[in-house]
Design a protein. Structure first.
Length: 368
């Protein structure tokens, strides 16, 4: 197979704008809608939804790479990085600390021109705690950089990146292109979702680091989107990439075989639109949560309040497996009899909705 970077027209990506126009129109509408919903929130709620979205992105961009981090650790690290909880204890998980730092820096520095030093800094964050590879520098190994799957002896090569010797030159050209195509650049690319799609494909094709390319490539796609709309974008791309992982990887593989990339852009822009839908649900969740506490804040005892807050801390996906008597006891340290009474009271008040029966009874929070 001949890869895109081996072809004579690399990296002059081509696409048919007419096939993408409808998606671009939807993007403009959704950006406006989410901005309106966000602006209608209180300042406290705006901060909360921003943190929730960064936590979602941090967890999912790591999960795509096979790293499963603790949500509380990531949230604590993000809040510390933002200076919201400066006295909170630092997490001992270096990976959670590093990815949290990346999320905050991508947001804070979205408008800045891209420099290789910034990419090296991001790489150090992503690889925090990793002793196996050189961090903060382009790859230099002579072996081919390949994306593979399957057991040893039966591996399948999905893609091979340019050799390490070409990386410095390729990245110099990429960074120049990135800065020239931003809204304030010499050759601005008009449509933010298209630029974001190309940024991601272009970077992933070069694969300049020994590890961490996926996480940094998704961060660059977010930076490009944020530059295009003029403010930090409120969405989690990685959540939707993880949800539709097979379609994403199939489209990426096809795009790395040709520099005509219309199908790739359609796939990536659709992912952005799905991420907007998720963001809307997240904002609605935040609004409903505020209404919930307004309604019930004086009706719950300290144990009940602790459990409710613990459930809501899990965000849209809720408490895994639902709340049970056993979980209630674990969170509050109370007796089984008290836990049963508390849960019954929460059900009667309409705070929780039970399902199942007997020992298998579990409860979901009612935010309707």
């Amino acid at each position: 197979m001949t890869y895109n970077w081996q072809q004579s027209d690399w990296p002059n990506f081509q696409y048919n704008l007419q096939e993408i126009e409808d998606l671009l129109f939807i993007f403009e509408k959704r950006v406006g809608r989410i901005s309106g919903l966000h602006d209608a929130l209180t300042e406290e709620a705006q901060t909360e939804i921003t943190i929730d979205m960064m936590v979602s992105e941090a967890l999912k961009t790591s999960e795509i790479e096979g790293e499963y981090l603790s949500r509380p650790d990531v949230m604590s690290s993000i809040r510390n990085n933002l200076g919201i909880s400066p006295k909170a204890p630092q997490t001992k998980d270096k990976k959670a600390e590093g990815i949290a730092g990346l999320m905050v820096d991508v947001r804070n520095s979205y408008a800045e021109k891209l420099k290789k030093e910034k990419l090296f800094s991001w790489h150090k964050m992503v690889m925090k705690g990793n002793q196996r590879i050189d961090v903060g520098s382009w790859r230099t190994h002579k072996e081919p950089m390949q994306v593979i799957s399957g057991p040893i002896g039966k591996t399948k090569i999905h893609f091979e990146a340019p050799p390490s010797s070409r990386v410095p030159k390729e990245m110099t050209r990429f960074i120049k292109w990135f800065n020239n195509t931003d809204p304030k650049g010499k050759e601005p690319l008009k449509h933010p979702p298209i630029r974001s799609a190309i940024v991601h494909l272009y970077f992933e094709t070069i694969h300049p680091f020994e590890d961490g390319n996926g996480r940094i490539g998704r961060a660059l796609a977010e930076k490009a989107l944020s530059q295009g709309v003029g403010h930090p974008i409120l969405l989690s791309l990685s959540t939707m990439i993880e949800t539709n992982k097979k379609a994403y990887y199939d489209a990426l593989k096809a795009a790395q075989g040709s520099n005509e990339i219309t199908p790739w852009i359609i796939c990536f822009v659709t992912t952005i639109l799905d991420a907007h839908t998720y963001a809307e649900k997240q904002i609605e969740f935040t609004i409903n949560k505020a209404k919930f506490f307004d309604r019930f804040k004086d009706q719950l005892n300290d144990r009940q309040l602790k459990v409710v807050r613990r459930i809501l801390k899990e965000g849209l996906k809720g408490f895994e497996g639902g709340m049970s008597t056993k979980n209630y006891i674990s969170i509050t340290g109370t007796s089984k009899a008290t836990a049963t009474r508390d849960l019954q009271d929460l059900t009667e008040k309409g705070v929780l909705i039970p399902s199942g029966g007997g020992r298998s009874t579990h409860y979901e929070i009612n935010l309707a």
